[in-house]
Design a protein around this ligand. Structure first.
Ligand code: GLP
Length: 241
C-alpha cells in the first residue's frame, strides 16, 4: 500500500480529485467505483469545480457505487442515491443511465446482489475504486467478520456503524438496520483503489490497519493484498501511528 501524507481534509480532497481526473483523462470511459459518507464530499466538490472550470467531460464515464441502505426510497435525502445526485451527479455531465448504485427491495432480496455483480462484470470491473473506512475498519458496509470472499449482498449493520451514521438521521430509529454492499471480493477486483482517511476519529483504525495482520476482523486489512492501493491520509488520521 502506498501512503500519501497530506496536511488536512482539504488537501486530501484535492489529491483524491486529481487522481480521479487523471484516471478519466487517461481513459475517458473509465468505470469508477464511488463511495459515500462524509469523507469523499470534498473530493466531489473539487471534481465539480474542475468540471465548471475546465469542462473535463464525464459523458463516457460509468460509475458504480459501493453501497446503499435497504428500505430507503431513492428520493429519500438520507439515501446514497440522493447523496450522489446532490454531491456529484447533478453538477457534472455524466448521463443518468451511466450511474449505478446497488438497490434491494427488502432484506431478503438475494437476487439484488447477484444482479449487481453481473452488472459490474459486464462493465469489465472498476478501473478505480474510491473507498472510505469505517471507525471499525469496514469498507463499503462490510462489517468486521465479513468473509474476504464475500460478493455483493445484503448486510446487517452493526450498532456502532448505525450510531456513526445516525448524525444524518433525525432519530436513531430511522437509521436502517441493513444495507446492500459490494462484497470484499468485489472491491478487491478493482484495478486501482484509493482509500481516503481524514480526521482524528479515524486515527485508531488507521493505526490498526498499518500494524495488524490480514484478518477478517479488520475488513480493510485485505487491502494489503491488493497490488495497487493508495492511501491518502491527513495529519489527524496519522496522529497515532
Ligand atoms: C459508511 C459507508 C462507507 C464509508 C464509511 C465512513 O458507513 N458505508 O462507505 O466509507 O462508513 O464514513 P465517513 O466517511 O462518513 O466517515
Amino acid at each position: 500500500m502506498k501512503l500519501i501524507e497530506v496536511k488536512n481534509y482539504d488537501e486530501m480532497s484535492k489529491v483524491a480529485a486529481k487522481a480521479i481526473m487523471e484516471q478519466i483523462q487517461t481513459k475517458p470511459n473509465s468505470v469508477l467505483g464511488l463511495a459515500t459518507g462524509g469523507t469523499p464530499i470534498g473530493t466531489y466538490q473539487y471534481l465539480i469545480a474542475d468540471f465548471t472550470k475546465n469542462q473535463t467531460s464525464y459523458e463516457k464515464v460509468i460509475t458504480v457505487n459501493l453501497d446503499e441502505y435497504v428500505g430507503l426510497e431513492k428520493d429519500n435525502p438520507q439515501s446514497y442515491s440522493y447523496y450522489m445526485k446532490e454531491q456529484l451527479f447533478n453538477h457534472i455531465d455524466i448521463p443518468e443511465n451511466h450511474t449505478y448504485l446497488p438497490s434491494a427491495k427488502n432484506i431478503d432480496d438475494e437476487e439484488a446482489g447477484r444482479n449487481y455483480e453481473k452488472l459490474i462484470d459486464s462493465l469489465g470491473g472498476m478501473d478505480l475504486q474510491i473507498l472510505g473506512i469505517g471507525e471499525n475498519g469496514h469498507i463499503g458496509f462490510n462489517e468486521p467478520g465479513t468473509s474476504f470472499h464475500s460478493t455483493t449482498g445484503i448486510v446487517k449493520l452493526t450498532d456502532s456503524t448505525r450510531e456513526a451514521n445516525a448524525r444524518y438521521f433525525a432519530t436513531m430509529d430511522e437509521v436502517p438496520t441493513h444495507a446492500i454492499s459490494m462484497g470484499i471480493a468485489t472491491i478487491m477486483k478493482s484495478r486501482k483503489i484509493v482509500l481516503l482517511v481524514s480526521g482524528v476519529k479515524k486515527a485508531s483504525v488507521l493505526n490498526q490497519l498499518f500494524h495488524s495482520d490480514i484478518n477478517e476482523d479488520l475488513p480493510a486489512s485485505i487491502l494489503k493484498k491488493h497490488p495497487n492501493v493508495t492511501i491518502i491520509a491527513d495529519q489527524e488520521a496519522l496522529s497515532i501511528l
